[in-house]
Write a protein that binds this ligand. Structure first.
Ligand code: R5P
Length: 336
C-alpha cells in the first residue's frame, strides 16, 4: 500500500477515559468527536493508596483523559496513575482535556521562600501526557502555556460563548472587569457583545480580603452591570465589586465566571451580597453552569489530535472559532 493510501485509511476513534466526576465531560466529548467511551475504575484502598484499572483496550489507541482540575491535590495522583497505566498498556498517545487547569495563579514568588507552583505543576503534568487542551488558563505573568508546559497545548476561548449568552439574555449590558487581570476576558467579551466595558482596580490583602476601587460609575445607571472574571474562587473579588456597584445605585449585577471554583460557601455568599444572577461556563460542574463550551472544547480537541496525526470523521456541528495553538518548542517535544 502506498503512503498516500495508508494516510487516507480511517483511524480508530479516540478513546475517552474519565477521571471520577468527569463522566459527563467524557460522554459529551465522545459524542461530539465520534470517540469511544472507555471504562476506568479508580480504587482507593483502606490505607489511602490508589489503584487505577482501565477496562477498555488501549493498545495503539489515541487516548484522551477527561479531567477538570479544580481542587487538584486529590486529583493529581489518580491522573498521573491513569496516564501511566494507559501508556504502560500500549496507548499510542495520551492527551489531557482539562477544562479547568489548576495552579496557574502562583505564577511568581510573591513572598520570599515561596515556590512557583504553576511551574512545578506544569512540569509534572508535562511528564505524564503528550498534549493538553484547556479553557482560558489564568495566564497573567506567564504569557503562554508554553512558558511552563513542555507539551503542546490548545487554549479554548470562552469569550465568544459568553458574548453570545449576554447578547441573548441581558438588556443594555455594561461589562465590568474587577481587576487588570480580568481585562483580557472582559474586553474580548465586550467586543463580541458590542457592549461598553470598564476595568476596575483590585488590591488583594489576603486569601479572603480584597479591595476594589470603582471610578465614577453613576452614569451607567440605565445599564445592567455584567461582571466577568476567569475564576470565581472565594468570590471576594466579585462580592466587593457587587457591593460598590450597588452603593453607586446600579442595578443588581450579573456575575459571569468562566471557572466555577466556588470555595466553601462562596456561591451562596455572592448571591447574598446582591448579585442579580450568577452564571458560569461548564468547565467545572456546578449548578450555576449556563454557558455550554462542549462544542468549542471538542473543536480544540480535534485540533490537538490533528497536530498529533489523528484525523477524525466529521461529527460535530460546524467549524469554529479562534482557539490558540500553543506549540511547545521543538526540542521540548519528547515523544515524537
Ligand atoms: C485573579 O486575578 C483572578 O482573575 C480572579 O479575579 C480571582 O481568582 C478571583 O478570586 P476570588 O474569587 O477568590 O476573589
Amino acid at each position: 500500500m502506498t503512503k498516500a493510501l495508508a494516510a487516507a485509511q480511517p483511524v480508530a476513534p479516540p478513546l475517552l477515559l474519565a477521571l471520577p466526576g468527569n463522566e459527563g465531560l467524557a460522554e459529551a466529548l465522545a459524542r461530539e468527536l465520534g470517540g469511544e467511551l472507555g471504562t476506568v475504575d479508580v480504587h482507593r484502598f483502606p490505607d489511602g493508596e490508589t489503584l487505577v484499572r482501565i477496562g477498555t483496550p488501549v493498545t495503539g489507541r489515541s487516548v484522551l483523559l477527561a479531567a477538570t482540575l479544580h481542587r487538584p491535590d486529590d486529583k493529581l495522583l489518580p491522573l498521573l496513575f491513569l496516564a501511566a497505566t494507559a501508556r504502560d498498556l500500549g496507548a499510542a498517545r495520551v492527551g489531557l482535556v482539562a477544562p479547568y487547569l489548576a495552579y496557574m495563579r502562583q505564577d511568581r514568588r510573591f513572598r520570599e521562600g515561596e515556590g512557583v507552583t504553576s511551574r512545578y505543576f506544569a512540569h509534572v503534568v508535562s511528564e505524564a501526557v503528550d498534549w493538553l487542551v484547556t479553557v482560558d488558563p489564568h495566564l497573567h505573568r506567564h504569557e503562554s502555556l508554553t512558558d511552563i508546559y513542555t507539551v503542546p497545548g490548545v487554549v479554548v476561548r470562552a469569550a465568544p460563548a459568553i458574548s453570545a449568552w449576554i447578547g441573548a439574555e441581558i438588556p443594555r449590558p455594561l461589562l465590568v472587569g474587577p481587576d487588570s487581570e480580568s481585562a483580557q476576558w472582559v474586553l474580548a467579551v465586550a467586543e463580541g457583545a458590542g457592549a461598553p466595558a470598564l476595568v476596575l482596580e483590585k488590591v488583594r490583602r489576603g486569601d479572603r480580603v480584597v479591595e476594589i476601587s470603582v471610578p465614577d460609575v453613576e452614569r451607567w445607571r440605565d445599564h445592567t452591570p455584567v461582571l466577568v472574571d476567569d475564576i470565581i474562587s472565594t468570590a471576594r473579588t466579585m462580592i466587593e465589586t457587587v457591593a460598590h456597584l450597588r452603593r453607586a445605585g446600579l442595578a443588581p449585577p450579573v456575575c459571569v465566571g468562566v471557572h466555577a471554583v466556588f470555595a466553601g460557601r462562596a456561591y451562596e455568599d455572592l448571591m447574598a451580597a446582591g448579585a442579580g444572577r450568577v452564571v458560569t461556563c461548564n468547565t467545572i460542574p456546578h449548578p450555576s453552569n449556563a454557558i455550554d463550551l462542549t462544542e468549542r472544547l471538542a473543536h480544540g480537541v480535534r485540533s490537538a489530535l490533528a497536530a498529533n496525526g489523528v484525523r477524525l470523521a466529521l461529527v460535530s456541528r460546524g467549524a469554529q472559532r479562534g482557539e490558540a495553538h500553543q506549540s511547545a518548542p521543538r526540542q521540548a517535544m519528547r515523544r515524537p
